[in-house]
Design a protein. Structure first.
Length: 218
């Protein structure tokens, strides 16, 4: 496949691009300041994801078979996040290309209380991150309301951080997962594994999540 990765210089986007290349896919690495690469199958593309015209120009004629949107903002910039997501979904819908949105854990339901979103649950989201979490909820709502796009929204667990690639994770749908070690977390490397697994073998669910799998419990 040819996979277009928005946010290719970020923590998640860079690892998604690397995982895709490791599996033999071609990558369009899209970012405001795209990474330099001497890999002939890694094509850097300068683009502002918040500019609909720039997004359309970058994707039209690119030959992309799938798009991964990994753009996040901190402090929260809800307008930019929702606008960038809309721009990508609009263009992808016209091209007939599937979009995988790496969103936020805040859009998930709380374990044991499906009426309480993680974004509003202080057990998982400290006050300083609440606006970011709520922006992710708005992003999911935009996806759900889009009339034509083919999309899947991947929420990470409560903690997402750089780490090691184990290739092991447990998958769920719209409720936050807790690992066998009692933590809701995953490395960015293993999240990238989950992204590529979903692109290569699409599942039936529109909203999915993952958590690190303890090898001893697998």
């Amino acid at each position: 496949m040819t996979i277009a990765v928005f946010g290719a210089t970020g923590m998640v986007g860079g690892r998604v691009a690397g995982e895709a290349r490791a599996r033999g896919h071609r990558v369009l690495a899209l970012s405001r300041k795209p990474p330099l690469s001497d890999d002939p199958d890694m094509t850097p593309v300068a683009v502002d994801a918040g500019d609909p015209d720039a997004v359309r120009e970058a994707l039209t004629g690119s030959g992309a078979d799938a798009v991964v949107l990994t753009v996040r903002t901190f402090p929260a910039d809800r307008e930019f996040l929702v606008g960038a997501t809309r721009a990508v979904l609009d263009t992808a819908a016209r091209l007939g290309v599937r979009v995988l949105v790496v969103g936020g854990a805040g859009a998930l339901r709380s374990p044991g209380d499906r009426e309480l979103l993680v974004a509003e649950n202080p057990a998982y989201v400290p006050d300083e991150y609440r606006a970011v979490a709520r922006a992710g909820v708005a992003q999911l709502h935009l996806c759900q309301a889009h009339p034509a796009a083919d999309w899947v929204y991947l929420s990470p667990p409560a903690v997402l951080e750089p780490g090691t690639r184990t290739g092991r994770y447990r998958r769920g749908t719209d409720t936050l997962l807790i690992g066998a070690d009692g933590r809701s977390w995953i490395s960015a490397e293993d999240l990238a594994v989950a992204v590529l697994d979903e692109l290569e073998r699409p599942g039936p669910d529109r909203h999915v999540t993952v958590v690190r799998e303890n090898p001893r419990s697998a």
